[in-house]
Write a new protein. Sequence first.
Length: 445
Amino acid sequence: MKISPIAQELNAIIKRGNPYLMEMFSKIGRRLFFPKGILSQSAEARQMAYDKFNGTIGIATENLSTMCLPTVMSFMNEEKLRPSDALTYASSFGVPGLRSHWRETLYEKNRSLKDNVLSLPVVTNGITHGISVFADMFLDPDDVVIFPDKMWGNNNLVMSVRGDAQIINYPMFTQSGGFNTDAFESTVREQADNNYKVVVFLNFPNNPTGYTINEAEADRITEILVKVAAEGTNVIAVTDDAYFGLNYEEGPIKESIFARLCGREPRLLAVKLDGATKEMFVWGLRVGFITFGTVVNGNVPAFYEALERKTAGNIRGTVSNASHLSQSIVLKTLLSPDYAKEREEKVAILKRRANRIKEILADPKYADAWNMYPFNSGYFMCLKLLTVDAEKLRVHLLEKYKVGLIATGQADIRIAFSSVDEKNLDDFFEFIYKGIKDLEGGAGA
C-alpha cells in the first residue's frame, strides 16, 4: 500500500532520531500521519482569522461564543467551566494545557526522570483506548507480547483477538511469593532468540493481584530488558500504570519502572500508559495518556513531535478526540490547591482496607480454604482456592449470599476491595469461606 508523503516525512524524521523505531512500528504505524486537512487549516484560522469570519470548524457559535443549550450548561458551573471548555471539539492530541501539565507531573512523581526528555503525552479515551492505540501503532499479526500469567483479561481482547498478536505468559510469582524474575528473564530471552522484536507489558500495581514490585525486582527487570536490547533485539517495554501511586506498604517502588527504562538503549522504547481514571478516581471521565521515552540522536523535539503526530493520527482515524469536558475537569482539578489533600484522604481509606484484609486473612481458620497472593497496592487482591472451582464458587456466592467477585481462572478469584467498605470486609470474607464449605459439602453442586 502506498505511504502518504506526510507519513514518509514523519518516518524520515523518526529514522534520523532513532532508526530502530522504524523496525518496531507495525505496518499501520509506518503509514500513520496526522492529516494536513480540515484540522490543520482550522488551527491556522484560529490563529489568524477574525473570530467573526472564521468558517472552518464544524461547531456552532452564537455572538462569537460557543452555542449551547441552557439546560446542558445548567448542570455545570459556568463561572468555572465555560461552554468553550466543555462542549467544543478537543484536539486529537489532547488539550494542550493538560498535556503539558501531565508531563510536569510525570517528572514530579518520578524524580529519576529528570535527565530524560519525553514526548508530550497524547490524550487517549482512557487507558484501554491507549492500549488499542499502542497495538495499532506497534503490533502486527503474530508479534509477541509478553505478560505474566496474572494479567487483565481485556489485554487479550485488544491485542490478541482484535490485533492477532501472540500473547506469551510466564508465572508471575515464585513459590516464596516474590516477583518471578527468573521466569521473566527466561521468557524474554526465549522470545528474543526467535523474534526481531519483543513487546513486554509491565503492569504495577498489577491487575488482578494488586502487587507492585520492590526496588531489587525493578532493577533486575530493567537490567534484563536493557541487556536484551543491547544484544540486538528491539524491545518495547509498555508500562501500564493505571493504578500508579496507590501503594500501601514501604516495600513497593514509588516511581514507575518507566523511569528506569527511558534513555537506556537505542533499541529499547519505553511507552507509558497512565491516566486520571484510577489515579484521580474519575473512572467515567475516560482521560488517559500515552507517553514515549527512548534514546534520540539529533533533533529531539522534532523526533517526538513526529511520534506524537502519528499517535494523534491514529486517534483522529478512530475516535477523533477525547472528551473536551472531561479533559477540562481533569486539568482544573489538577491545578486546584485542594487536589493533593483530597486524593491523600481517599488513598488512606484504601490503605486501611488493605491492612484490614491482611488482619482478617491471618486467621488460621482460613488456611484450609485458600492461599493469598501477595498484594500491597492498587484496587485488587487475589485468592488461590485450594479445594473448589472458582467459577462454581462465584456463582454459588452470588446466588446464596448475594456476594460478587470475579473468577480469573480455575482456582483464582479476584476481589476489588476498592468497592467494599472496611466495615463490611469481615462479613465479606466469612461469606466466601462459608461458600467454600458449602461446595465442599456438596451444596450448590
